[in-house]
Design a protein around this ligand. Structure first.
Ligand code: BMA
Length: 336
């Protein structure tokens, strides 16, 4: 698909471009609100699935496409492609993605989870947590969501939450990631890295660490950052260690446009925390985990896709302008 075709889907007609939307419920004062018909994807949408969650969607052709995290009934973590006309009802391929590569070292797919999809120039890049002697960041590109060309892993193990920027920064590809360990990591800051060629990554910069409350234990980038006049709008997850285990919520930050490792603002309160049945009850209770957002530049509407309780896929809404204002007005002190 050409750049023009992609832009046709992300800017233009002023009618919301078919993005999912539901007005803020009456009486709701929150800056982010849930879709009333959540979850949009049940755990058993395809026969092999134990659960379908933490997934990424993008505009594609006249509709939408996505890469879905499917934990199968063997409890292996797989990635599946899917298509949709309205970005709510999804037709998910029952067979996992088979990545193509000429590099034998990359060929044996161990496991993959928490995908993100990012349009840059003329193709979609997929990043995911890729099993290679421990979790690291896998990278591939596609133009049709049928053939996926795998590139080199971006980093050494152990790393998670690789999220690319939708344009080059200072002439280089740019990615956020969260160095971690082999297990249920009890720490984690977000780092920024650049690459001239998507093979060699460097210029690593510390971007943001943990603070208190909902983001006291570890944090990780969520959807692809959204470029705004006030900076990159980054939605990210944060983890609190309760006496009953980890609690995953999400908030937002604004990053400097040309030096994105400089955090201008970040929310002290969360935007969304696990509170509904489908967020509090499932294979891993008390998890909301955002991996994608669809933005309409004309209406300012934002549709945020997140996993609920490591089991189902859910949708929430916001206005980009309100999110920016909220982030600025409810920020913890940053170092900038
Ligand atoms: C993280 C990732 C996510 C998951 C979360 C809660 O480490 O594995 O995929 O949603 O834990 O279990």
């Amino acid at each position: 698909m050409s750049t023009d075709e992609h832009e046709k889907n992300t800017s233009g007609s002023g009618d919301g471009h078919g993005l999912p939307w539901e007005d803020r419920p009456e009486g709701c004062v929150d800056v982010v609100w849930r879709y009333s018909a959540n979850p949009i994807i049940p755990r058993d949408a395809i026969p092999c699935a134990n659960s379908i969650f933490n997934s990424a969607v993008v505009p594609f052709g006249a509709g939408f496409a996505g890469v879905f995290r499917v934990d199968d009934k063997r409890r292996m973590q797989q990635l599946h492609a899917g298509f949709s006309a309205d970005a709510i009802g999804w037709d998910i391929n029952p067979d996992p993605i088979q990545f193509t590569t000429d590099e034998p070292e990359l060929a044996g797919f161990e496991y993959g989870y928490d995908p993100r999809v990012c349009w840059i120039d003329d193709r979609y890049y997929v990043t995911w947590c890729n099993g290679y002697h421990g979790p690291t960041i896998g990278v591939a590109w596609t133009q049709d969501f049928k053939t996926f060309h795998q590139l080199e892993n971006a980093f050494l193990p152990f790393n998670r939450n690789g999220v690319m920027f939708p344009r080059k920064i200072g002439g280089n590809f740019a990615m956020l990631s969260r160095p971690s360990d082999t297990g249920h990591t009890p720490f984690g800051d977000i780092f920024y890295s650049e690459s001239p060629d998507l093979c060699y990554w460097g210029r690593h910069r510390h971007m943001m660490g943990t603070t208190t409350g909902w983001q006291e234990t570890k944090i990780g980038a969520g959807p692809i950052p959204i470029e705004t006049s006030e900076g990159w709008l980054l939605i990210y997850h944060g983890v609190l260690a309760s006496c009953n285990g980890f609690v995953y919520s999400f908030g937002a930050a604004l990053l400097d446009l040309e030096q994105p490792w400089k955090v201008l603002y970040r929310t002290e309160p969360y935007l969304l925390a696990p509170q509904t049945l489908y967020e509090c009850v499932g294979d891993v209770p008390n998890v909301v985990f955002p991996c994608a957002a669809l933005a309409d530049p004309d209406t300012g509407r934002l549709a945020i896709y997140y996993g609920g309780a490591d089991t189902v896929t859910c949708l929430a809404f916001a206005y980009v302008d309100e999110l920016i204002a909220f982030t600025m007005n409810n920020s913890v002190p940053t170092r900038v």
